[in-house]
Structure formats: C-alpha cells, structure tokens
Design a protein around this ligand. Sequence first.
Ligand code: DC
Length: 226
Amino acid sequence: MAKAIVITVDGPGGAGKGELTKRLAKHLNYALLDSGAIYRVLAYAARKAGLALFDEESLVQEARVLNLSFDVQDDGVHVLLNNEDVTSAIRTSEAGVNASKVAAHPLVREALLQRQRDFASDCDGLVADGRDMGTVVFPHADVKIFLDASAEIRAKRRCLQLEQSGKEANFDEVLKDIKDRDDRDRNRPVAPLVPADDAFILDSSDMTIEEVLAKALELINSKLDN
Ligand code: DC
C-alpha cells in the first residue's frame, strides 16, 4: 500500500482542533488520530490503578499494556479502555489536567510514540490531532496546521460546551485551568507545544468552525496539488 497522506493539526486545548479534525477526516475520507484521547485514557487508567501521576516508571508500564481502542459509531468516535466505554469519563476538565501531567513525562511519550504512528498504516490518509503531531510524531507530514486561539476565547467556548452538556461552568476556573494546562504543555522539556517550523498558523479566535474548515481545506488542496 502507498504511504498515507498525513495532515497534522496541533495547538492548545480548546482552539477547535477536535471539531476541525473530525470534519476534515469526514470530508477527505481519512482516518483520524485523537492523540489527546490516548493521554487522557492513560491518565484515567493510571488513576484507576491507584498510580501517582508523577510516577513515570509505573506510568510507562501502564502505557505499554494500555488496552485502548477507538470505535466509530453514528454519534461519533467512542473511546474504549479494556472494552469499557470511557468516552465521557475522559472528557472532564480534571481528565484533561491529568492527561497533561501524564504527558509531561518523556518516557511516557516515548512509550506511546509507535502506537500513534501505527495510525498512518492501513489507510490512504490520516488527520492527526494533538500537540506534537507535526514536530515529533509525524515530522514528515504532508500538511501541518497549528490552530491557535486566545485563552479567553478558548475558555468561553469550553464554558459553552459544558453548559450545553448540562454541566456547570465557572469562567474564571475554566480560564485558570486552560492557562495552567498551556503552561505545562508549552514548557515541558520534551515535545513541548510549539508550531513546527513548516506549520501554517491559523488563529481561530474570530472565526467560525465553517471558516476554519474552509481555510484548512484551501491550504490542504494547495499543498497536495504541488
Ligand atoms: O487535546 P486534549 O485536550 O485531549 O489533550 C489532553 C492533554 O494531553 C493535553 O493537555 C496535553 C496532552 N497531549 C500531549 O501532550 N500531546 C498530544 N499529542 C496530545 C495531547
């Protein structure tokens, strides 16, 4: 089989990567890698196993045996841990913070590297969503997008999401979580959240998802035509 076309979308939490990558994968009929879900599931499994999130060695062991799968259903992609549906459990703010802590360990990242690269085998194309997709996991990707947005806009969007799913949202707390998570993701020594040198930076602060999708498709088409 020919090498899959890889499109990476990196950026901070809440910039709209999830929605963009879902729509891109659907539009292009490509596979989708939600790498954040892998870190979220690892953190969830580690907590369940009673592991401390600073215990790198134990987290690496857990990462090696992590029985994780993605199941595409009519209402979206479901995340399974040992065949148990953990989709909603890993989407809480706490799960995001825990994922960010787990993801700060270099050896944990290394243990999960091949698992992520395997997503590009057995498919024509892959859309990869994360923090280091274009810098570390797929440095030779065909198209690299870095999707950004201000912390305030991201906090507003997150609050709206929480409210829509019937959960309470406190703007100041959400904003603090977002800023703390940004700091941890941007300042870690390995695979920090930075745009790849050859990434196209797209600021979604004042754009609708339709506008972001149109811009991303325009960029992808122009890159793949060349
Ligand atoms: O994209 P997300 O919010 O689901 O990611 C959760 C956390 O996982 C994020 O704060 C940092 C970490 N992460 C990472 O370090 N590298 C990735 N490629 C994806 C996520």
